[in-house]
Unconditional design. Structure first.
Length: 143
């Protein structure tokens, strides 16, 4: 058995834009998410490393990302890695992306998750997984 599963939590590096695939009419959103890693080197100096991840959402989840998130918003993504290739000017090009299959909104900037159901108010860190197949209730949106 082989596993292709990715989990990342980071911030959007720009506002998402909703596009439509011309052949199918399906919604698609490409976003870049920045994650970071902090550690101390051998001399005890704090080091910080930032990685940028290209993430693609399709369908309803793409629409939700565009409607409710903006540059700087925190997002938790569960998905899979996909490398696609194409030829441009006789040169084969490659791009490795994360296909976002589920997502959760990150906390608001003030550290609170905001609106939602009574259960969310009792457990401030609780959030709902959102996937392509879900029907979205505006009350489930944490801001």
């Amino acid at each position: 058995m082989f596993i292709n599963k990715v989990f990342i939590y980071g911030n959007l590096t720009k506002d998402p834009e909703l596009k439509t695939i011309p052949t199918s009419g399906m919604s698609v959103t490409n976003v870049s998410i920045a994650t970071n890693r902090t550690w101390k080197d051998q001399s005890g100096t704090k080091q910080d490393e930032v990685e940028y991840h290209d993430v693609v959402f399709f369908g309803k989840i793409a629409e939700i990302v565009c409607q409710y998130l903006k540059k700087g918003s925190g997002i938790f993504v569960e998905g899979r890695i996909k490398t696609r290739s194409w030829e441009q000017d006789g040169v084969k090009k490659y791009r490795t992306e994360i296909i976002g299959e589920q997502m959760q909104f990150g906390p608001k900037k003030d550290g609170q998750t905001g609106g939602g159901s009574a259960a969310q108010h009792q457990q401030p860190n609780a959030s709902k997984n959102i996937s392509e197949d879900d029907e979205i209730n505006p009350e489930d949106i944490p801001f």
